[in-house]
Design a protein around this ligand. Structure first.
Ligand code: ADE
Length: 221
């Protein structure tokens, strides 16, 4: 899979792309991530990418030209163009699975006070990572890259995301490691029993109980 991140701040991504599982996925070739600075596509003599809003108001607005030309240059028949914006469709696990099947993903990061409304016309979808406003689309783009990359074949053990929180609309079960007692807190006996059927039953029960307790909205859906 190829991911192009269209951003004014490519340096922000070095932490996420150069560590841990994402770094390994890139090294293995499971995903290829390109950082594309749309300022490079600005036709303005000073490489300006923003301007004041028509009708007045605070702040600067990203102009159409650099982003349109940038997307025209990198988009192919296989591309899905995603705009990160707080008024997009709320991001969920199902969308991460759906996007993990795309051959070429283009993520557009807005910044400043906003972007010219006409930029929406070159996007196939608009995604929000939550009901809060961030300073730009870079952190949301990182969230998508991370959540999608871990689903790609060969990145983590094939079955290890089957029990992820939110699959089957249930949260994950609790896990423990050694020692079996820590500061008086005991690991549940069933996990030490070696009875795999019982363990599986216990885990399903815990997923259900935890979801009822913490996220009843997931079950109601
Ligand atoms: N840009 C700013 N805030 C955002 C959010 N919550 N989701 C996606 N893009 C954003």
């Amino acid at each position: 899979m190829k991911i192009d991140i269209v951003t004014l701040f490519p340096e922000m991504f070095s932490g996420v792309l150069n560590h841990s599982i994402i770094k390994r996925a890139i090294e293995k070739g499971a995903v290829e991530v390109r950082l594309v600075n749309f300022r490079d596509y600005s036709l303005d003599p000073h490489q300006k990418v923003d301007d004041t809003p028509y009708g007045g108001g605070n702040g600067m607005v990203l102009t159409c030209q650099p982003i349109f030309d940038c997307v025209d240059a990198i988009r192919t028949e296989d591309s899905q163009v995603v705009l990160l914006t707080p008024d997009g469709v709320p991001y969920r696990s199902e969308k991460a699975y759906e996007l993990s099947k795309v051959k070429h993903l283009i993520l557009i990061c807005g910044h400043y006070e906003g972007f010219d409304e006409r930029i929406r016309t070159i996007c196939d979808q608009e995604i929000s990572i939550g009901d809060y406003v961030l300073t730009g689309g870079e952190i949301p783009a990182m969230v998508l890259v991370d959540s999608i990359t871990r689903l790609l074949p060969g990145v983590i053990a094939e079955d290890s995301h089957l029990n992820d929180s939110f699959n089957d609309r249930l949260l994950d079960y609790p896990t423990y490691t050694k020692p079996s007692v820590y500061r008086g807190m005991k690991v549940p006996d069933v996990l030490l029993s070696g009875d795999h059927k019982k363990i599986e039953q216990y885990r399903q029960e815990m997923r259900y109980n935890r979801t009822v307790e913490r996220r009843p909205d997931l079950i109601e859906k």
